[in-house]
Design a protein around this ligand. Sequence first.
Ligand code: UTP
Length: 286
Amino acid sequence: MAPIRKAVIPAAGFGTRFLPATKSQPKEMLAVVDKPLIQYAVEEAVQSGVESIAVITSRGKSSMEDHFDRSPELEQFLEEKGKLDFLEEVKGISNLAEFCWIRQKEAHGLGHAILMSESYVGHDSFAVLLPDDIFDCPSPCIGQLLDTFSELKSSVIVLGRVDEEGMKKYGIVKPKKISERVFQVEDMIEKPGPEKAFSDLGILGRYVFTPDIFDAIKKTSPDKKGEIQITDAIKLLLEKQPVYGYLFEGKRYDAGDKQGFIEATIELALKRPEFSQKLSEFLKSL
Ligand code: UTP
């Protein structure tokens, strides 16, 4: 089986949890330290061997396209001013991958957003990265899933241990343990709460799918809010073929949520040599 080279990044949502910041700018372009959320996801995919990325986008979000395009005026300005480090960085962003921009005309949910990439993906298996989840791992999180996919040759979703609050926020799986980090998914339930949860293993924002996911999405009925949930589609996929869960190694921030975004900003800044000392002194002084 050829290695996976394509990834899909759904980025067409309204980002309501982050209002008012997201009223006229994409949530995916909010910067954690000095990099927009979507760039963290793109870099993670590229470090894992992805070469081509389809971003699912929507009206008012063209700043994402500009961010990954060339910027000749800025490049010329940086060159003239001798700011060569920035020049390299700015040029590097536009060379990260080949990009394809696909519109989701109405935000009918994550499953629907992924379905928009069907003709781009074709018959290949592919990775999906939700840009509001930042993973800080010893090796890229989506790469950990891709390695598992190449062994098991079936869809793999990322799992993380969640607390009772998390059981109200995420899909929860019924796992059958295969090895230390790999589980076969026997069933799943969306946001069950602690009473109905099968386990403490929650589904987070990284997936590797076979192209069969598209048929499953097409057969998935919208939920009460009219949204097609990817969890419901994965549940249908389970009836046709095995789906595995991988308990990732590392740390994850829910940066689509204000609290998670602030935590990511502080912790990732503390890891940067230019900020760590002054920032920790500042935090201690509070
Ligand atoms: P989220 O549910 O976290 O994003 O979806 P959201 O809907 O933008 O945010 P809230 O819940 O209103 O605050 C995860 C990812 O899926 C994309 C979002 O842009 C986000 O990156 N998404 C979601 C779509 O592309 N289309 C949709 O219809 C829904």
